[in-house]
Write a protein that binds this ligand. Structure first.
Ligand code: F6P
Length: 546
């Protein structure tokens, strides 16, 4: 497998020439005017969705240079190496095989091991669900997932997204922060006789998770609980440590599953408990369909490849430093947070494979909030701020309301109308960002709330929108287990693509280590007040806190 860093290719030089010649001046309004087929050209189908990239500030020539870049970087070989289980996470000497977790039985690497755990976990899930909400001790009403980062964000993101499929008799709680203010309110709401605690940690050593697990077990004993084996289960690669904690039921996984790619493994236990085996398998199948698209579609029609190329174009040529995730589906409320870990922990790196500093920018900042709420908060900046922030709109044609079948016709009609309002808002924002409003147009309009004393010309300048602000739109038929699986896998592969082109290792996370080590050093100092050897700021703050 031979791969090249993006800036060491002929295609990169060509791309720079293209940028200088006219790439930087591309205006979306002109591009649409010049090419009546622009939407058809740039709206590509992938499993479960249509991805409209027509409002990216690129043209056909940009696309040709980018595809040439992907080829010259050896992207296809790198992808194939990942899918085959080669140790592409070279700084940890590990394979990267989250795709194996969603492959059908008998297909691809590690199939036997994956399906053995999956079958075992789903059998357990069905057993818990069968008596959920029952009154006998041990019958579960509340599930508390104790985990952080990749051992928290996936399940926490999926449950509201798939609310309509969640078992009606089960309530789910997520405790991640070492701050006791996270755990305490959950403990107040649960009954030890009817609670299942899941201790979710790949390593079973993470400070926050172990602290919360110990606190939860202490609370369980304090409440008269005795049967730890029944009320605590673990999802981890460190079975020995979970045993030592007193846990008898452990669902394992493997070092080749990165934390931020682990919701498909036993870390997905809360998801499986919520949805049941059938829908958990549908989630996996949706992701697998995207895996196949990524593995098999030619680069020219490969959607994760295009999105990864877009990330490079937006970051290294346009210089956009952040991107905004705007799901027009309230169920995706935690999707931006989920993507923050996926993208920034993967690609927030500054050296290449050999450890040499990179001469270009890598991961942008990922942030966001569901629409329409974001419109009443930060969209002002997106439309008129000095920074250009590409926006990623996610729309679902059909809603997935949990109780729709119990609604009166009048309520259903109202909710259908609200769904149309939601879609109209999403479409309007993307259109407004692109089209903008000239000062002349602003001057010609009436503005009822505008000052009566300020000159119309000044007011018109305040009410001008530059436009030409880029976005993409991901269109789903409905947010359901299969489409959510495909959506998450799409973002995983896209992150891999941009990381591969940048020549970084997207699968390690050394950047979290320094703070962890310093915390270990500072913790006892908060008790003793010892500030020897510390920098002046930390020392002064410890003196006030100890
Ligand atoms: O934030 C660092 C990290 O290692 C993540 O990559 C991981 O998802 C998280 O901590 C939790 O780790 P663990 O599952 O081992 O508790």
């Amino acid at each position: 497998m031979s791969s090249k860093r993006c800036d060491q290719t002929v295609a990169w030089a060509a791309l720079q020439g293209h940028w200088q010649a006219h790439g930087r001046d591309l205006d979306l309004r002109d591009l649409f005017a010049q090419d009546p087929r622009r939407f058809e050209r740039w709206a590509l189908s992938a499993p479960e969705m249509l991805v409209d990239m027509s409002r990216v500030r690129w043209d056909v020539a940009t696309g040709q240079h980018l595809i040439a870049l992907a080829r010259e970087c050896g992207l296809e070989a790198l992808r194939d190496a990942m899918l085959a289980g080669e140790h592409i996470n070279h700084t940890e000497d590990r394979a990267v095989l989250h795709t194996a977790l969603r492959a059908p039985k008998g297909q691809g690497p590690q199939s036997y091991a994956v399906h053995a755990v999956l079958d075992q976990m789903l059998a357990y899930v069905e057993q818990v669900r069968a008596t959920a909400g029952g009154l006998q001790p041990g019958e579960i009403h509340d599930v508390v997932n104790i985990g952080i980062g990749g051992s928290d964000l996936g399940p926490q993101m999926v449950l509201p997204a798939l609310d309509a499929w969640v078992h009606p008799k089960l309530r789910f709680h997520f405790v991640s922060n070492v701050d006791g203010h996270d755990l305490a309110p959950v403990l107040r709401r649960i009954d030890p006789k009817h609670t299942l605690f899941i201790v979710a940690s790949k390593t079973f050593t993470t400070q926050e998770t172990m602290a919360n697990a110990h606190a939860a077990r202490q609370w369980f004993f304090d409440q008269g609980g005795t049967d730890v084996a029944r009320h605590f289960v673990a999802t981890t690669t460190n079975v020995e440590a979970s045993k030592a904690f007193g846990i008898k039921t452990t669902f394992g996984f493997w070092d080749w599953v990165g934390g931020r790619f682990s919701m498909w493994s036993s870390i997905g236990l809360p998801i499986a408990l919520a949805l049941g085996a059938e829908h958990f398998r549908a989630l996996l199948a949706g992701a697998h369909a995207m895996d196949r698209h990524f593995a098999e579609a030619p680069l020219e029609s490969n959607v994760p490849v295009w999105l990864g190329l877009m990330d490079l174009w937006n970051r290294n040529f346009h210089g956009f430093g952040s991107r905004c995730i705007a799901p027009y589906h309230q169920g995706l409320v935690r999707f931006p947070a989920y993507l923050q870990q996926l993208v920034m922990e993967s690609n927030g790196k500054r050296v290449d494979a050999e450890g040499h500093p990179l001469p270009y920018q890598t991961s942008s900042v990922v942030w966001g909030e569901p629409g329409t709420n974001g419109q009443h908060a930060f969209f002002q900046m997106l439309h008129q701020g000095t920074d250009v922030v590409p926006v990623e709109f996610i729309l679902a044609k059909r809603p997935s309301h949990r109780d729709a079948s119990t609604w009166s016709p009048a309520l259903r009609a109202q909710m259908d109308e609200q769904h149309r309002m939601l879609l109209a808002n999403g479409l309007a924002q993307a259109r407004a960002l692109m089209v903008g409003k000239t000062t002349q147009e602003a001057a010609a309009e009436s503005a009822p709330t505008a000052s009566q004393t300020l000159s119309p010309a000044v007011l018109a300048r305040h009410r001008t929108f530059p436009g030409n602000r880029p976005s993409i739109t991901l269109l789903l038929d409905q947010l359901n287990p299969a489409s959510l699986g495909a959506l998450v896998a799409l973002y995983e592969h896209r992150t891999f693509v941009s990381g591969a082109l940048w020549g970084i290792n997207s699968f390690d996370q050394w950047g979290v280590e320094l703070g962890k080590a310093m915390c270990k050093d500072l913790l006892p100092r908060l008790a003793t007040g010892d500030v020897s050897g510390l920098d002046a700021a930390t020392a002064a703050l410890i003196e006030r806190l100890a």
